[in-house]
Design a protein around this ligand. Structure first.
Ligand code: NAD
Length: 478
């Protein structure tokens, strides 16, 4: 299928700036390894310009009445929906996921803009009775200031959407640096916001050498808030940079999601849906279920059903109808899968299916299921972020919870049981920010998305999501 790709730009002060006078890097289709286009890298002067503009535009946008901010965000959501087919095509070309999943992601990204358009109208405050006669005390919530946002390549619509929708609704201006590997999708969101009437300079989209961009932006006194989605090591680095300027940071840093399957569960559902969930997005999903802990009495049945569901998945180019699992997004991820499997096997793990890259064009890796993986294998500690599932038995609820909570991650966790008591105990006991009971597809616009422990802090989405772009101020008046 010969779908076309878009020209790529920086977007600063309402101007679409092409790459003619700037260094560029290629964007590669991970299914074909063909160069789709070249993304311009912002210079230090571009970033300074973006910072100045963001400061100026913040003063305009925070004073724009909530109804007007809401109207623009809603209009942008409508445009994203109208353009969903085109944006989904761009996403599949640059990131690799099946077209239907890209379409779904664009529509869910639009939902965030609609949700936070409504929230923009509800940034109210409080009147607090004073203990001193004649004193009026108010608590106001106000936009925190210009935001620096960094998003990765794996969900190029929904991750920028979660940050932009809440920040813009709050009245903040934003400089966003999306992943350079899938830039066109984020630019499509920016185009929708621009066409919806977002004032010039309220949003800038920049690409560049990630480390240099984050260093310059976070150090600037203009930036009052930082938000990042990506790996734990980079999250830690940006956290330290934000701390230098005493700036709040929201971090969404991935996980190693456990699934507890109890003997009283619907084992078939847990296994079949589990395989679909584990290999969705080629496993490059931070809230994915990665460690399947199965109570011993149903272990063999679960393994059989899970492996056959994994083997039935259709791997291929996301542009082809019928594809269920696309390529990995880049060669780094492919090399990492090979390393993790080799290391697990060297430590004594059994490969029940998959385990190899698929020869030919594209960064394809077989859906892989590992069993009997010893604790000293890397994959038992590191987020696989690719199509590898680990199956292991457990005996009691206490043992299962101990294994589920063993790692420093705490993003998503899942449990399957038909016993209400077990469901309550396991939901209370799991150390994770997002928990699915008897289901895997749990994310919703109206719920707070975020983790605990080293998976990060802060929430995106839900009524909570806007708080991270607001500051509290009290006014005490006699
Ligand atoms: P990474 O953390 O190096 O990169 C993730 C994103 O952060 C990229 O888009 C990159 O441009 C950006 N980035 C990298 N260094 C940066 C810096 N110094 N300043 C600002 N931005 C920076 O991860 P990766 O190599 O792309 O992927 C490897 C691992 O990262 C994965 O195995 C996974 O664990 C994790 N990851 C998690 C998510 C998530 O959704 N939480 C997304 C992507 C990657």
């Amino acid at each position: 299928m010969n779908a076309t790709y878009d020209k790529l730009y920086l977007f600063i002060d309402g101007e679409w700036i092409g790459g003619d006078a700037r260094e560029t890097v290629p964007v590669i289709n991970p299914a074909t390894q063909v160069e789709l286009g070249r993304v311009p890298l912002a210079t230090a002067a571009d970033l300074d310009h973006a910072l100045n503009v963001s400061q100026r535009a913040f003063d305009v946008w925070r004073n724009t009445v909530p109804n007007e901010r809401a109207r623009i965000l809603k209009r942008a959501a409508d445009l994203m929906r109208e353009r969903a087919e085109r944006t989904a095509t761009l996403m599949t070309l640059e990131e690799g996921k099946p077209l239907a999943e890209s379409r779904d992601e664009v529509l869910r990204a639009a939902d965030y803009f609609e949700w936070f358009a409504e929230e923009a109208r509800r940034i109210d405050g409080r009147v607090v009775p004073s203990n001193r006669p004649g004193v009026q005390q108010l608590v106001k919530r106000q936009a925190i200031g210009p935001v620096a946002a960094f998003t990765p390549w794996n969900f190029p619509a929904i991750t920028p959407a979660r940050k932009l929708s809440a920040a813009l609704a709050a009245g903040c201006s934003v400089i966003i640096k999306p992943g350079e590997e899938s830039p066109a999708t984020a630019l499509a969101l920016a185009r929708a916001l621009d066409d919806a009437g977002l004032p010039k300079g309220v949003l800038q989209v920049v690409f560049g050498v990630p480390d240099a961009v984050s260093r310059q932006l976070i150090a600037s006194p203009v930036i009052r808030k930082v938000t990042f989605t990506g790996s734990v090591p980079i999250g830690r680095l940006l956290s330290a940079r934000a701390a230098e300027g005493v700036k709040p940071i929201t971090l969404e840093l991935g996980g190693h999601g456990p699934v507890l399957v109890f003997e009283d569960a619907d084992v078939e559902k847990a296994a079949v849906d589990g395989a679909a969930n584990r290999f969705r997005g080629t496993g490059q999903v931070c809230i994915s279920s990665t460690r399947f802990l199965i109570q011993r009495g149903v272990y063999d049945e679960f393994v059989e059903r899970f492996v056959s569901a994994a083997e039935a998945l259709v791997v291929g180019d996301g542009m082809q109808p019928g594809t269920q699992v696309g390529p990995l997004a880049n060669p780094r991820q492919l090399a990492k899968m090979e390393e993790l499997v080799a290391d697990a096997v060297a430590h004594g793990a059994r490969v029940l299916t998959g385990g190899k890259r698929i020869e030919g064009q594209g960064y394809f890796f077989e859906p892989t299921v590992l069993a009997d993986v010893p604790m000293d294998a890397r994959v038992m500690h590191e987020e696989p972020f690719g199509p590898i599932a680990i199956l292991m038995p457990f005996d009691t609820l206490k043992d299962g919870l101990a294994e589920a909570n063993r790692l420093p991650y705490g993003l998503s966790a899942y449990a399957f049981t038909s016993n209400a008591r077990t469901a309550i105990d396991v939901a209370d006991g799991l150390e994770a920010g997002m928990i699915g009971i008897n289901q895997y597809r749990i994310i919703a616009t109206e719920l707070p998305f975020g983790g605990m422990k080293e998976s990060g802090h802060g929430s995106e989405g839900g009524a909570e999501g806007i708080e991270y772009y607001l500051t509290h101020k009290f006014i005490s008046q006699v």
